[in-house]
Design a protein around this ligand. Structure first.
Ligand code: T4K
Length: 372
């Protein structure tokens, strides 16, 4: 007789609002027969997001990757862009699709975001923008980055795909830089199945973004730019409006799990937990730990594999580094000696499961497994 395996625990699971709450939205969509192209729910969702996030303008996108691609088109960025290798590959792909050259700069060792102290050395006469990422939702050193950008006349586009709702000193991090890009993918703190957005600070820029995501159309006969189709449909918008009603519950549950992990893991030799920057309101989107093999007695990859044997699907976000992928490996800035902190963190990081429906008995199982 085979022993039944425990049910799988994934690194994340999307939050799903009660199905019956979707019914009135669906009825209205069915009645109106308006399915996409800036419908009623689309407009309402943008307004509600601005309110919730504390930002001036938002443009919805069908995913974070196309939002990133469009952000560079919006500001007509050219040449080289300084960015981090420690992110999801879509960050750098957005440059590639725009014909821009990524220039990788190392991360800082505390929160694993682009290290502002290393940016200036990477600036050349071809540099036109900086693309930092608020990794795991931890705010970048935004003031320092802005000072450098202002000094050299560079644009700053934040990949804020992990930073939904994150604030620093009471202000949304999405207000920093020229543009910020969000992802509402199923695996994110807030989801619309697939989805994303660009946050902008003035009406004219929002208009340009909205033209660009709709083929460049201004009206029936006017096309002002080679736009793309990155629109959001009414179902996604309705799902988003519904999801926003549950944000407090989502963040509270994530916070409780993160605090439980931290209280139990902080004293284990060879495990480093991450703190949140002071003044930050985090969203607990990920729970990364670093495993230092010599002290812990097992490598990060050993632990990853042992968890998998238990049907616990922890993830190595972000391994390999983007600079290690064949497409980017040949760049001078991809040399491992240029990126020592990122190289080490990428070899040691492990993201533990965290999502609202994760039970405390499962969290306890994960912790006990690491304690053993
Ligand atoms: N910039 C950054 C910094 C990003 O992290 C991302 C996306 C982007 C840009 C691009 O934004 P989008 O274009 O995606 O909107 C996932 C996501 O696909 C990706 O959105 C995310 N970052 C990245 C960090 O993680 P995978 O390949 O790890 O996903 P997957 O399918 O292995 O899912 C992880 C776990 O989640 C599964 O083991 C089970 C669970 N899951 C997943 C899905 C899709 C569910 O329970 N239900 C689901 O529907 O990339």
């Amino acid at each position: 007789m085979s022993i039944p395996k425990e049910k799988p625990i994934y690194v994340t699971q999307p939050f799903m609002p009660p199905l019956e709450d979707l019914q009135p939205f669906l009825q209205e969509i069915w009645k109106n027969k308006w399915l996409t192209n800036n419908g009623r729910f689309h407009q309402e969702f943008e307004e509600k997001l601005c309110e919730y996030l504390g930002v001036k303008h938002i443009s919805l996108f069908c995913n974070g990757t196309l939002a990133l691609l469009t952000a560079f088109q919006t500001l007509k960025i050219s040449g080289e862009v300084i960015t981090t290798p420690f992110s999801f590959v879509a960050t750098t792909h957005s440059l590639w699709w725009n014909g821009l050259k990524p220039v990788f700069v190392d991360i800082e060792p505390e929160y694993f975001n682009l290290d502002p102290d290393k940016i200036e050395a990477a600036i050349t006469s071809d540099t036109s923008a900086i693309l930092p990422v608020h990794v795991y939702g931890n705010p970048c050193k935004m003031e320092k980055i802005q000072r450098i950008a202002d000094h050299y006349g560079l644009k700053v586009i934040y990949d804020a795909c992990h930073a939904f709702g994150v604030k620093l000193n009471g202000t949304s991090v999405l207000n920093a830089g020229d543009l910020s890009v969000l992802s509402f993918h199923a695996t994110k703190v807030f989801n619309t199945f697939e989805g994303g957005a660009i946050v902008s600070h003035d009406k004219k820029t929002k208009e340009r973004i909205d033209f660009l995501k709709n083929f460049g159309f201004v009206d029936e006969v006017t096309v002002v730019a080679p736009g793309i189709n990155a629109k959001v449909n009414e179902f996604q918008a309705a799902f988003g409006i519904l999801g926003l009603r549950h944000m407090k519950e989502i963040i509270d549950k994530r916070k409780a799990i993160a605090e439980f992990y931290s209280s139990r893991l902080k004293d284990i030799k060879g495990i480093r937990i991450l703190n949140y920057p002071s003044g930050a309101d985090p969203n607990y989107s990920y729970y990364p730990i670093l495993i230092e093999e010599k002290e812990f007695g097992k490598s990060r990859d050993d632990v990853y594999n042992l968890f998998r044997e238990q049907n616990i699907f922890v993830r190595r976000y972000f391994y390999p580094l983007i600079s290690r992928f064949p497409i980017y490996k040949g760049l001078i800035s991809s040399a491992p000696q240029n990126l020592p902190v990122a190289e080490t963190v990428s070899e040691q990081v492990l993201c533990l499961p965290i999502y609202p429906d994760l039970s405390f008995s499962d969290v306890g199982r994960i912790v006990k497994f690491l304690e053993k």
